[in-house]
Ligand binder design. Structure first.
Ligand SMILES: [Fe+2]
Length: 266
């Protein structure tokens, strides 16, 4: 397993995930980091730079230029392997599976060989210490890069995932995850499990703004990201990505609830 050890990080931090080819959202996140005087090495990306939105190539280039530590998401793993689909773990025939065909083809056509080599170089785990706490960063679940861990996941399942992760990287106080697209934090025994949510799509709550995590003065907070939604929407229309996720940018609701557990469906 490829583990990136960042050692001790001091100062404020930003943690974010799910760029999803939404260049406008990534530009807004980078502007936030600069506004808060948080350097790129204190910003950590939890994976899935490329997915639903219009600008896969430009988003990868912008993330690489920013230079923050970045984790491999399932989308990067699949594109690096020249795979035929996103590997999100959607069931065959589900709405998410069918909706992913258009954006994955669009992304696969734009992403260059050089970008695939970069994606293949990304770590599967990032570990670091910050203010006396040891963190591990994963994409989905510790047992499966595409595993969905939700705020309503059972306590025994959280505990099992934390035990798996500690077998992989040693003792930890906090887990930073991505993939599911919903920001949350859940305390399991003495470990805090945090999901960064996604900056590239809203969290299926009717609000078009997206989310990221800040750690300022050792206080961890889920933040709302304001960005140029109209520009991101227009960019999707311009490349015919109009199968449903474009409306999500404005409505704040996902086009399908297939991936959500029953107790989180609206
Ligand atoms: Fe993912």
């Amino acid at each position: 397993m490829k583990i990136m050890d960042l050692g001790e990080i001091s100062g404020d931090m930003l943690l974010f995930g799910g760029i999803y080819s939404n260049l406008q959202a990534l530009q807004a996140l980078i502007a936030q980091a600069k506004h808060r005087n948080i350097p790129a090495q204190n910003c950590i990306f939890t994976g899935d730079v490329v997915a639903y939105c219009a600008d896969p190539y430009a988003s990868v280039q912008a993330l690489r230029a920013f230079g923050c530590p970045s984790l491999a998401g399932n989308c990067e793993v699949q594109l690096a392997q020249n795979a035929l689909d996103c590997g999100c773990g959607f069931e065959d025939g589900s709405a998410c599976s069918m909706l992913s065909v258009a954006w994955y083809a669009h992304a696969n056509a734009q992403v260059t060989n050089d970008q695939r080599v970069w994606m293949a170089s990304l770590p599967e785990r990032i570990i670091f210490s910050h203010n006396g706490l040891r963190y591990a960063v994963i994409h989905g679940a510790a047992s499966d890069i595409s595993g969905f861990i939700w705020p309503t996941t059972s306590q025994p399942e959280f505990a099992s995932q934390i035990a798996t992760l500690q077998n992989q990287v040693g003792g930890i106080d906090r887990v930073i995850a991505g993939h599911c697209g919903i920001p949350f934090q859940v305390e399991i025994d003495d470990v805090l499990w945090i999901n960064t949510g996604a900056i590239g799509l809203p969290a299926h709550n009717g609000s078009p703004q997206t989310h990221y995590i800040s750690i300022v003065n050792n206080h961890l907070k889920i933040n709302v990201l304001d960005y140029d939604i109209n520009a991101a929407f227009a960019a999707m229309q311009a490349v015919d990505l109009t199968q449903g996720y474009h409306d999500t940018l404005k409505s704040g609701y996902w086009p399908s609830q297939d991936t959500l557990p029953a107790d989180m469906r609206l």
